[in-house]
Ligand binder design. Structure first.
Ligand SMILES: O=C(O)CCC(=O)C(=O)O
Ligand SMILES: [Fe+2]
Length: 349
């Protein structure tokens, strides 16, 4: 029996982008406060229409319903694109998430990895259209976050330019499998506890498919410490976008904005969602030549490429130490493990 989860109520701020140009000073303030205190916020009035979000979810479900051998024609690779099936192991759990996912980018890394129209008519064009819409919302947030930190308005936007071929921002379509409600002795991890290593994540979920939980309490980006009390990340409508600060922005803000641990809970207690869950995460990640350093220069200057390589190295080191502590059979699987995508790690959770 899994131990009972300790929950605390925390408010996840709701931020409206309505009347953006006139309300920008208020939005900057609200965003900065949410980023400092919780690292998560729910975005409303962002202009992305419900039917376009529904259409992208329908697209995602259609992709995951394709035969395995068709999905296998667009396999995941270390550029962090493509399809994986039950192969992402989080250092916090040492076991694969019970899910499948398909990662999409704007640029050159997608060569040969788009699912073709012969299998899924319009998939590529609909996905790209949606990604550009989410990018536009992200750019509004980037402008506000830059102002909040005292940078020029275009400071973050230029380092995440989706029209450049080396853009690394990634949209991940996720499908978590239904979990047996009777205890068969196995833990069915969905997304084990982690922090995202990118800049800013925008997450779309479906009403009734709950499971996202957060665990604030991290003080510095170089450490994984967080508390043990979780908060359910509830949302009101399928149009709400749950946003969270990633490690990159935590470091870029000299630890002022917090990259918070979160998970999609492995269902184990009454009230948990055992049904399948679809979600869509959009990870804003810097171009490789972005120059990253906070206004107070707390951490040395690094490029976007170096930051990502370092995050991967930390991930694999934490994963290896978790696997070393497990049985030889599990250690053997580490050789073929999928890299974290945009998800950094926790040694403590
Ligand atoms: O599926 C979700 O709701 C969250 C996924 C997530 O946190 C991640 O992929 O980094
Ligand atoms: Fe995440």
């Amino acid at each position: 029996m899994a131990p009972k989860t300790k929950y605390v109520d925390r408010e996840i701020p709701k931020i409206s982008l309505a009347d953006f140009d006139n309300r920008i000073d208020t939005i900057v303030q609200e965003l900065a406060e949410a980023a400092e205190k919780v690292g998560f916020f729910s975005l409303v009035d962002h202009g992305l229409p419900a039917d376009q979000i529904d259409q992208m979810f329908a697209n995602s479900e259609a992709f995951f319903s394709l035969p395995e051998e068709v999905k296998a024609t667009v396999p995941w690779n270390p550029q962090n694109v493509g399809y994986e099936f039950k192969s992402q192991i989080r250092p916090s759990t040492g076991a694969a998430d019970n899910k499948e996912s398909y990662q999409l980018q704007f640029g050159e890394n997608m060569e040969g990895l788009w699912m073709g129209d012969e299998h899924l008519p319009g998939f590529k064009s609909t996905s790209l259209e949606f990604m550009h819409e989410v990018q536009a919302v992200s750019e509004k947030l980037m402008l506000c976050l830059a102002r909040g930190l005292g940078f020029d308005d275009d400071y973050f936007v230029k380092f995440h330019d989706a029209s450049k071929p080396d853009c690394q921002s990634t949209m991940r379509l996720l499908h978590y499998f239904a979990t047996p409600e009777t205890n068969d002795g196995q833990v069915y991890h969905r997304a084990g506890a982690h922090a995202d290593w990118g800049f800013l994540t925008l997450l779309f979920q479906r009403k009734g498919q709950s499971g996202l939980e957060i665990c604030p309490g991290r003080e510095v980006v170089t450490e994984f410490g967080c508390g043990d009390a979780w908060t359910k990340c509830n949302f009101e409508a399928s149009t709400d976008i749950i946003c969270n600060i990633g490690d990159l922005l935590m470091s870029w803000s000299d630890d002022r904005f917090k990259s918070t641990f979160h998970r999609v809970k492995a269902p184990s207690e009454p009230g948990d969602n055992y049904e399948e869950r679809y979600s869509i995460a959009f990870f804003n990640q810097p171009r490789k030549d972005a120059l990253i350093q906070g206004p107070k220069k707390k951490y040395p200057l690094v490029t976007g490429g170096e930051f990502t390589a370092k995050a991967m190295k930390m991930y694999f080191a934490a994963l290896q130490s978790k696997l070393d502590a497990q049985t030889p059979a599990i250690q053997a699987r580490s050789a073929s493990v999928v890299a974290p995508g945009a998800a950094a790690v926790t040694a403590s959770a």
